[in-house]
Design a protein around this ligand. Sequence first.
Ligand code: E4P
Length: 214
Amino acid sequence: MRIFLDTANLEEIRQAAAWGVVSGVTTNPSLMAKEKGADFQETIREICSLIDGPISAEVTALDTEGMIAQARDQAKWHRNVVIKVPITPAGLGATKVLSAEGISTNLTLCFSTNQALLAAAAGATYVSPFLGRLDDIGHDGIAVVAEIVSVYKNYGLRTQVIAASIRHPLHVVAAAKAGAHIATIPYKVLTQMVEHPLTKNGLDRFMADWASRK
Ligand code: E4P
């Protein structure tokens, strides 16, 4: 399972890039809004310079023509830009056109297997089921991810599943067990993944023993 970072914060992306484990980044309008005053295009270009992999930039138009126009513009920002499109009738129509033009898409706000089937039928490159938000309303988010992966396998569908809306390290393990191609992870969860008290204690002891050798 590949690891993407779910943030528009350049400092977090710089830090994570240095670990050498991140192969893409997803942003959305809410994540962009947290970066007060940041220009969208400049931020996406900067992210593309930090991580050599798919970088999702979301459209904000709600109609098919508007989405297509924004997507065509955003796709010119960098060869790695992936256009994030909401799963709506307008979004599916835009995805069909963009896919025929060779523009990569990430169908976002996916909460069901039916939506994921439609995303694949429209030619989406990626689909992002939001498992944390499903858990929030008492549904089983990871079960939806697993079902999408299984149904895609039945028909050899090539759309890649990005487990999104990840809230804690167990979500990452569950996404991997469910067979998600990718998990897009907030920076905080990425740091939690590497931490283990036995690793810290073990390293402290190695260092103390090394310093005390005769
Ligand atoms: C996915 O691409 C979204 O940016 C993100 O995972 C949404 O997560 P949230 O539910 O924590 O906002």
